[in-house]
Design a protein around this ligand. Sequence first.
Ligand code: 6R9
Length: 591
Amino acid sequence: MEIPSRIVKQSGRLRPAPNLLDHAATCASFSWESAAAGLAGLPGGGLNMACEAVERHLAEGRGDKVALRWLGKSGQRSEFSYAELSAHCHRFANALGQLGVQPGERVFLLLGRLPELCFALLGGLMARCVVSPLFSAFGPEPIATRCELGDARVLVTTPELYRRKVRGLRARLPGLRHVILVGAADPELLSDPGVQGWSELVDTASADHAIGPTDPEDMALLHFTSGTTGRPKGAVHVHGAVLAHSVTGRYALDLHADDVFWCTADPGWITGTSYGVLAPLCNGVTSVVVEAEFDAQTWYGVLESEQVSVWYTAPTAIRMMMKLGLEALQGRDLSALRFMASVGEPLNPEAVVWGLRAFGLPFHDNWWQTETGGIMIANYAAMDIKPGSMGKPLPGITAAIVRRQQGGGIELIEQSDIDGELALKTPWPSMLRGYLNEEERYRKCFVDGWYLSGDLARHDAEGYYWFVGRADDVIKSAGHLIGPFEVESALMEHPAVAEVGVIGKPDPTLGELVKAFVVLKPGFEPSEALMRELLGHGRSRLGAAVAPKEIAFRSNLPRTRSGKIMRRLLKARELGLPEGDLSTLESDEQK
Ligand code: 6R9
């Protein structure tokens, strides 16, 4: 496939006219303070995410417009107007009140992409609780860890997920007082302490509820993310982040009032919350929520039947579609589609260009993180695309490439085309306000007024940013951020395992796949059967999205003198790459 170095946009011809026509001029005149004037705010003052996403549309006469269009796995299709959505959310907020749940308490969600996920997310915010959506494909271990760390008071889930993953954890989670089950539950489950059915509790609650006073700095969302070491980090986001959701939806995703928008991400990861729920609703569009997992034909069917106009997806899915070839698209009417964007992992230049061949449109890559809360760097609708580049910083965002210095400071690299760490000037509205109960880890992200992302990147002479890699050992598989430590800990529980080192191994479709190197305890021998057992153990503890897909046995693992497993070296050896600086290497019997 021939890759042009530039895809030229004739922005004057784009219809509707892009929201961000002149990037440089808008950046020069933009301020978050003046953008904030576009928010509705609570009637009595203050700011609440759910009010911006839902209530304002009722107040401004758009209550009848379709907010959510839900496509169920078995072909169901339901629509909820902004007014209906509002009623469902207020019922949930009232139900929390009936349970005695107080503002600030944590409501966890462990659900597939169901309408109730949106109702509980927004309703929880209306009740001024802190909402933490979890990925429903997590196994019991990641669920328990996050509920413990986040002090989950309420969990909304389904009977099936409760039975398979949560029930056995209840003893570990004494603070979890209420479990609300969405869908028909057998009476046996409902007899567990604090377990109630959504239909009995929420559907019967009154929709008469007013959002109480909310400060823009009140904690709204808790999104867990992973680091190289230690337990997952709970990134704290506040109600004021909604300003960034709203503005980035308009600028980076080019949302216009008439759009039918589809974000394919699961709200268990931040993209699915910020852009699957909040940003589209803040911009008053119709947002499509699809319950089914990825399948190219199903997805093309959704694009066609719903006449999706703006589509936000991820590189792994695009690569899977590319594999299938263009025939699968033949005969489809995708004429409504006008803007396509991608996030979560490096988007290959081939994928950008494949978009042109398949849909007549390029994919617009953009970059952000759980910590940034919203899109920071993007290819805008009106901007020429350089395939392989993440684009340019958003108005209101100052990015830079920096180098950490010995003494703890940073040096800004002004020169283009030099690799360094991607940094963002603080603050911006959706910036994380902390890692829950981990002040030190949070503080370490900031130096001299800059947030350090942990990603390596460079910029070119025109100000386009290019992703280079991660500075740490965190793994991105199918767009999901996975902490090697969490995987290692789960494998260590197995009686045969003495030591584990986990890496991300490059994979043509998934970006990276999780690979574990295992040293067995005396008395255990490597075998095909043991390997399968360990893979199965990983899946049952961690869930398929996080568990290792490959396991290799080793008699020893490379360690530093301080005893840390050198994942970097495991990876270099796996890939046949230069081993780099080995001065800290302690044991090296592997070679
Ligand atoms: C939104 C989200 C963040 C990490 C980030 C980076 C990687 C995200 C990317 C990208 C290359 C892009 N990442 N977008 N890498 N190109 N356009 O994904 O948040 O799950 O916290 O992951 O994902 O490494 O640091 P999160």
